[in-house]
Design a protein around this ligand. Structure first.
Ligand code: SF4
Length: 204
């Protein structure tokens, strides 16, 4: 049964309730995993994805599949360093299952996104990250209200005191990265993320 308190004073307590959330299932959505996220208090950087995939749902750990390996290669981070640096959460946190056409995963509905927003809003207010990296169009739209990948990749935003630098999704499902100009745009965005990570590392 989903537990949501009126207010949370610690991230650990929020995570305890988020881990057993079944709000979307209770609302009738066919989710295929329990919630997936990972992070600790005082992490200063956050990766915000769309939703876990099948591998992440099985392992209950974010960014375990091919898209995660691509993301780490983009960021030039080994696996241990990636999880050490980044708090990992997403717009919705349970594997949504395959899409109706059988190609790719189902995109979470607006209702599921609204139900999951509760966890993200409390998470951001308790964690207060300095760097936010939304990954993919859905995450950039949810966090920053921006729509077009071409418009947001390579730009820096401000959100509640954090620097936000959106990236395209590394799943390979989109053809956006097939264009050389778009890959150059991605390199610009990755350079911005790496520079912010150096600033955070220097600040301790
Ligand atoms: S997607 Fe989010 S709101 Fe829905 S059941 Fe999973 S954790 Fe709860």
């Amino acid at each position: 049964m989903t537990r949501r308190k009126a207010s949370y004073r610690s991230l650990v307590s929020l995570q305890r309730d988020n881990r057993v959330c079944r709000a979307c299932v209770e609302a009738g959505y066919p989710l295929e995993s329990l919630p997936v996220f990972e992070g600790r208090p005082r992490q200063k950087a956050m990766i915000f994805g769309q939703a876990p995939g099948v591998v992440e749902g099985e392992e209950r750990r974010p960014w375990r599949g091919r898209a995660g390996r691509t993301l780490r290669r983009w960021l030039e981070l080994e696996e241990d360093a990636f999880y050490e640096i980044f708090y990992c959460a997403s717009v919705t946190r349970c594997y949504p299952g395959r899409g109706a056409a059988g190609r790719g995963d189902r995109t979470p509905t607006p209702r599921e996104i609204a139900l999951c927003r509760f966890w993200r809003e409390w998470e951001l207010s308790l964690l207060r990250p300095r760097l936010l990296v939304p990954v993919g169009g859905l995450a950039a739209r949810e966090l920053l209200g921006v729509r077009s990948v071409s418009d947001f990749v390579g730009r820096t935003y401000e959100l509640d005191g954090a620097v936000a630098i959106p990236l395209p999704h590394p799943s390979g499902a989109s053809s956006w990265l097939n264009d050389a100009a778009n890959r150059a745009q991605l390199e610009g965005a990755l350079a911005l993320v790496r520079a912010e990570l150096r600033v955070l590392a220097a600040a301790g």
